[in-house]
Ligand binder design. Structure first.
Ligand SMILES: CC(C)(COP(=O)(O)OP(=O)(O)OC[C@H]1O[C@@H](n2cnc3c(N)ncnc32)[C@H](O)[C@@H]1OP(=O)(O)O)[C@@H](O)C(=O)NCCC(=O)NCCS
Length: 324
């Protein structure tokens, strides 16, 4: 990378860090830009100063990875750094350069491709540019911070009438698999996951490994001995892969949440989440993160009722050729 660009990267990262902290204290310092597929895309302001940078990252996810179920097989991601304060015009220029770059390499022609940008949810000045370029807000990373000691509830978490919550073990593999697969099928409606030939097998493998752990992170809600709800979480030690998305040290991750359709609206989801929160709050975990579909009509109202709020929004054009 030429030194002029290196200097610009450093200056822009500092400016971006200041802006992010001002708009949302839960945002992290901007990470070092990843090595992209080539030189960074550079946006200059009218006065010739560098107003923004972006790196394009290409990723192929193979069929043996469960990650292929969570999106397209070939993903093109723009990692933007825009100094602001108003990022509308530089975002527009950067997205136009990125579109031309992707069109130029011809890699985006296939049907199983996506072009995506992960954008701070509170950074609203760039949203029109994202929409104008054909990107759709698909997924949200939402965050919940631990209440202050005054807000912590004492005593056992409130349950749901006639429902017991227990940690799942190896003998529960079939019930957990059934609920997990029903959740994925439900989520398919919102354009995020893609059902693959290997999806059920890979989900089963993941469940088997997870249920064999000495400390279970999978909980079942049961009514009359029948599993009617599922919650799976990762401790901060297991959730290191997403820790860099927040300024808080040691975030937990809420991976799966599903309640049988006939049982919804009766307090089971809330009872499972309160059960988890009581443990995390007791262990001093400051932040819990989760993904939910932006357009799932059941998830946003539920999560925001449970104390979560948007932190990052993933914008996507799928297939990648839909970027305009
Ligand atoms: C989201 C889901 C887990 C909620 O579980 P649930 O058992 O129906 O939720 P609860 O009955 O415990 O509701 C808890 C609170 O959220 C509110 N709530 C739940 N769903 C709501 C909705 N769609 N709209 C408005 N409020 C809602 C309830 O009114 C309740 O509020 P209260 O505490 O003031 O009474 C359930 O709808 C579900 O499994 N959906 C399909 C899978 C899914 O979307 N999973 C989340 C993926 S990220």
């Amino acid at each position: 990378m030429p030194w002029v660009v290196r200097e610009a990267v450093r200056d822009i990262n500092r400016a971006v860090g200041r802006r992010w902290h001002a708009i949302d204290p839960l945002l992290p310092d901007p990470a070092t830009l990843p090595a992209g597929c080539g030189e960074p895309l550079v946006v200059t302001a009218d006065n010739g100063r560098v107003a923004g940078l972006g790196v394009c990252v290409h990723q192929h996810i193979g069929p043996d990875s469960l990650n292929q179920t969570w999106g397209a097989a070939d993903r093109f991601t723009l990692v933007p750094r825009l100094a602001g304060p108003d990022v509308a015009a530089p975002a527009d220029q950067l997205l136009a350069q990125w579109r031309d770059h992707l069109a130029g390499i011809g890699a985006t022609r296939g049907p199983d491709t996506s072009a995506g940008v992960v954008w701070p949810s509170m950074d609203v000045t760039g949203i029109r540019a994202l929409l104008r370029h054909g990107l759709q807000p698909l997924t949200v990373i939402a965050a919940r911070t631990r209440p202050s000691s005054a807000g912590l509830s004492s005593g056992p978490p409130r349950g749901a009438h006639g429902v017991t919550i227990r940690a799942a073990g190896p003998a529960d593999e079939e019930q957990v698999l059934d609920l997990e697969l029903r959740l994925i099928r439900y989520d398919l409606q919102f354009g995020g996951p893609v059902w693959r030939a290997s999806t059920a097998r890979l989900v089963r493998d993941e469940i088997r490994t997870s249920l064999a752990r000495p400390v279970s992170r999978t909980w079942l809600a049961e009514r009359n001995g029948r599993a009617v709800g599922l919650l799976v979480a990762q401790s901060p030690q297991e959730a290191g892969w997403i820790a860099g998305m927040t300024s808080a040290a040691g975030a937990a991750y809420l991976q799966t949440m599903f309640v049988d359709q006939a049982e919804r609206g009766t307090g089971i989801g809330a009872a499972l989440v309160r059960h988890l929160h009581a443990r995390l709050d007791g262990a001093g975990v400051d932040v819990t993160l989760l993904h939910h579909s932006q357009v799932n009509p059941l998830s946003a109202p539920f999560w925001y009722r449970m104390g979560y709020r948007p932190l990052w929004t993933s914008w996507e054009a799928r297939p990648a050729s839909a970027l305009r």
